[in-house]
Design a protein around this ligand. Structure first.
Ligand SMILES: [Cu+2]
Length: 405
C-alpha cells in the first residue's frame, strides 16, 4: 500500500542530526526518549503482502488490519502485532524477533508446494534508497509449523543475492532487482528437498545506514509451506538467533564507498540451492491456506474477496490505492463458512500483476513526500511534490519534507 511506504524516513533528518550529535542510532535514541514516540515514529518500509505459487496467490499478514482483530483470518504468513511496517536491528540478532519479525506468532495455515517449484514473494513498494541483499531460508518444522517453537527452528539458506554490480556507488543490489520485478522476488524450493513442513524465511536487509554500528535494517518475513515431492535431502541449519552477528562484513558496511566484493550475511548457501532468474509472477487464482496435518482448509477465503481483489488490480493512482485499502479492510472480514478438502483454489480469474501497486507521486515528475530527492549518485528527480521541499539529510540522501510554514 502507498500509505506506509516512507513513514519512517520523514524523521530521518531528526535522526541524522541526533545521531551526529550523539553518535548513536535512531531507534535507540527514540526508545530512550519515549516508547510511545518510538512506536509512533519508527515505522519501517515494507512487508510481503502475498506469495504466489504457480499462479495461486496466498494472502500474507495484513499489518494494517489483522493486529486490530481479535480473531484474524488464517493465512500462510506468520503474524506480528507490529503495525509499523518496521525492521529488526542488529542489536536484536540474538533475540527471537530476528526469526520471523517482531513478536511473531505462527502462521495458522500453510501452502503446498512441490520441491522444484518457485515461490514469488510480493513486497509493498520498496524504497530505492534501501539498498541491500535479499536472502531466503527454509527450516523444517517437524510435525507442524503451526505449533512449532520458532526458537528451535534451524534455517538453511536456499537463496542469497547481494551486490549485483559495483559500477556506480552505491551499486546495484538484489533489492534493486526486486523493485524492477514489481517489488517481488522469486525463489526456487530445492528439488532435492525431502517432503515435510517448512517455514520459509525471506528477508531484505537494508544497508543505507549500515556504515554505522547497528545501522542495518532486517525485514524478515515467514511463511508456512508443505513441501511435497520425492527428494530426500535434510540440510543442516542454524538457529534464527545465530544467523547473523552485528559486526560481520555484510552487516556493518559502508555502501557509499566502492565495494569490490560483498559477502552476503549469514550461513553459507545450501549446496542443493538453485538460483533463478528474477521475474514477477502473474496471479491466476486465490489460494486457501491449509491447516492441520489432515489437510483441512481454512475457512477464511471467499470468492467475494477474490472478485473484489480482481476488481482493484492494476490500479495506479493514489486515489485508487486508497479505495483498494478500504475495500480490502472491509473484505477480509467476509468469512466463508464453506469448508472443503484443501488445497482448494478459487478460480475466479485474477489476471495481470499482483495486488500491490507502486506509489505514484501526485505530480509524476516530482518525488513524493518523504521520498529521496537528491544526494551523491542520485539520478532521480530533485523536485518534490506540492507542499514539500527537498532537504539535505547527508551528502548521499536528500529528502522531500513538509515545507515549513
Ligand atoms: Cu526505511
Amino acid at each position: 500500500m502507498d500509505r506506509p511506504a516512507a513513514e519512517d524516513d520523514r524523521f530521518k533528518p531528526i535522526y541524522s542530526a541526533l545521531a551526529n550529535m550523539f553518535n548513536c542510532n535512531l531507534a535507540k535514541m527514540l526508545s530512550v526518549i519515549s516508547p510511545l514516540f518510538l512506536s509512533t515514529l519508527v515505522a519501517g518500509h515494507g512487508h510481503v503482502t502475498n506469495i504466489v505459487i504457480n499462479g495461486v496467490s496466498y494472502n500474507g499478514w495484513d499489518i494494517g488490519v489483522y493486529p486490530y482483530e481479535a480473531d484474524p483470518p488464517t493465512v500462510v504468513a506468520w503474524g506480528t502485532p507490529n503495525t509499523g511496517n518496521g525492521f529488526i536491528s542488529p542489536d536484536d540478532y540474538g533475540n527471537p524477533n530476528i526469526i520471523c519479525h517482531e513478536n511473531a506468532t505462527n502462521a495458522k495455515g500453510y501452502a503446498a508446494v512441490t520441491a522444484g517449484d518457485k515461490v514469488n514473494l510480493q513486497w509493498t513498494a520498496w524504497p530505492d534508497s534501501h539498498h541491500g541483499p535479499v536472502i531466503t531460508y527454509l527450516a523444517n518444522c517437524g510435525d507442524s509449523c503451526e505449533t512449532v517453537d520458532k526458537t528451535t527452528l534451524e534455517f538453511f539458506k536456499i537463496d542469497g543475492v547481494g551486490l549485483v554490480s559495483n559500477s556506480a556507488v552505491p551499486g546495484t543490489w538484489a533489492d534493486d532487482q526486486l523493485i524492477v520485478n514489481n517489488n517481488s522476488w522469486l525463489v526456487e524450493i530445492p528439488p532435492t528437498l525431502a517432503p515435510g513442513y517448512y517455514v520459509l524465511r525471506h528477508e531484505i536487509i537494508a544497508l543505507h545506514s549500515a556504515e554505522s554500528a547497528d545501522g542495518a535494517q532486517n525485514y524478515p518475513q515467514c511463511f508456512n509451506l508443505q513441501v511435497t515431492g520425492s527428494g530426500t535431502a535434510s540440510p543442516a541449519g542454524v538457529l534464527g538467533t545465530k544467523l547473523y552477528t552485528e559486526k560481520e562484513a555484510g552487516i556493518l558496511v559502508n555502501i557509499y564507498t566502492s565495494l569490490s566484493t560483498y559477502v552476503v550475511p549469514g550461513p553459507t548457501l545450501y549446496s542443493g540451492a538453485v538460483s533463478v532468474t528474477q521475474s514477477s509472477s502473474s496471479v491466476t487464482a486465490t489460494g486457501t491456506p491449509t491447516t492441520g496435518m489432515d489437510g483441512t482448509s481454512a475457512s477464511t477465503e471467499s470468492s467475494a474477496e477474490a472478485s473484489t481483489l480482481a476488481s482493484v488490480v492494476s490500479t495506479s493512482s493514489s486515489a485508487a490505492i486508497a479505495i483498494q485499502e478500504t475495500t480490502m479492510a472491509t473484505t477480509v472480514k467476509v468469512v466463508s463458512t464453506t469448508s472443503t478438502i484443501a488445497p482448494t483454489v478459487n478460480t475466479a480469474s485474477i489476471t495481470s500483476t499482483p495486488l500491490v501497486t507502486t506509489a505514484v507521486p501526485s505530480d509524476s515528475s516530482a518525488q513524493s513526500l518523504y521520498g529521496q530527492c537528491g544526494g551523491i549518485n542520485w539520478t532521480g528527480t530533485t523536485a518534490c511534490t506540492t507542499q514539500a521541499t527537498c532537504s539535505s539529510v547527508n551528502p548521499y540522501y536528500y529528502q522531500c519534507v513538509v515545507t515549513a510554514v
